[in-house]
Ligand binder design. Structure first.
Ligand code: AMP
Ligand code: ZN
Ligand code: FE
Ligand code: FE
Length: 290
């Protein structure tokens, strides 16, 4: 019996270090019931992952994406789960998100240069190239985790955590915001692409107290939100219980995942925390098909 799922995973299509087919194979080795690929701002890995999953008869593959949206404080990421990879609306969304990154990355590098850290696009391509992508580097999503890894290689920082803590994190000197969609627009794009819109890692919203989190949730539900990522590697047991309670009260779909990035975040493991298949299935029957 396969009893657990992982519905939040990154691959080399964005800032993970394992190729799409490899993360699917890892999910199979862990005997997961279902696995979703949710790369930042791209669906480029979905075809390869889907193909790999088809070879494993008992593993359900859920095509997904992770989109950042505008938010006054903290981080608002929305997962689009069970999206249609062939949707023109999803393709248009990805083009828009990629353009925002192309505008932002050089500005981050300029800030770092001002602080005496010389990282150029060539360095970033070396970071991408060192991963077993098996596909053209130029098409890949480049983000802050790649920049952090380039900084580590040049010994400006000891590890990527330090890079975020001192320079790249929200509010730090080399932080540059990127053009983001309003939550309602991100959710609408996911819906047009046939997907379920799920609030990723609610802990990262940086709400002050439960009442404030509830207000944020109500607003997002008004914007069309379908579900909440109750289980996530960043959540304490207490937080998980709170999100589970809120999900039930607001009748939201319940999902969860590791947010696995491979070697880029060596403290996160595929399949952890355990996300019960039964809970996801009951709250979101159409998410896992049949
Ligand atoms: P980006 O999409 O380019 O803004 O970068 C997002 C990536 O940076 C995701 O993989 C995040 O998990 C990672 N990230 C953001 N903040 C931190 C942090 N404080 N420490 C480590 N990784 C982070
Ligand atoms: Zn990431
Ligand atoms: Fe995220
Ligand atoms: Fe993620």
């Amino acid at each position: 019996m396969r009893n657990f799922v992982d519905l939040h995973i990154h691959s080399t299509a964005s800032d993970g270090t394992y190729a799409p087919a490899d993360v699917v194979a890892m999910a199979e080795r862990r005997r997961l019931a279902a696995v979703a690929l949710t790369d930042h701002d791209t669906i480029d890995g979905l075809a390869a992952a889907q193909k790999a999953a088809a070879a494993f008869g008992d593993l359900i593959f859920v095509p997904g994406i992770e989109v950042s949206a505008k938010f006054p404080q903290g981080t608002l990421h929305i997962l689009g789960l069970a999206i249609d990879a062939a949707s023109r609306d999803v393709a248009a969304l990805c083009r828009q998100l990629r353009a925002a990154r192309d505008d932002r990355n050089p500005r981050i590098l300029a800030r770092l240069r001002e602080m005496g850290m010389s990282i150029d696009m060539q360095d970033l391509h070396e970071v991408l190239g060192a991963t077993p992508a098996g596909r053209s580097e130029s098409g890949r999503i480049i983000g802050r985790l790649h920049i952090a890894e380039a900084m580590r290689r040049k010994k400006y920082v000891a590890n990527t955590k330090e890079a975020f803590g001192k320079y790249l994190g929200n509010g730090c000197p080399a932080y540059v915001d990127k053009e983001r969609l309003a939550p309602a627009d991100a959710i609408a794009a996911i819906h047009r692409g046939g997907g379920l819109a799920v609030l990723a890692h609610p802990v990262q919203l940086k709400y002050g107290n439960t009442a404030q989190l509830e207000r944020m949730l109500r607003q997002l539900i008004h914007d069309g939100l379908d579900g909440i990522e109750v289980y996530h590697s960043d959540h304490s047991d207490q937080q998980t219980r709170l999100y589970l309670d809120l999900a039930k009260r607001f009748k939201l779909a319940i999902t969860g995942g590791s947010d696995f990035h491979g070697r880029g975040k060596d403290y996160v493991f595929l399949g952890r925390p355990r996300v019960p298949l039964s809970v996801v299935k009951q709250s979101a029957p159409r998410l896992l098909g049949n």
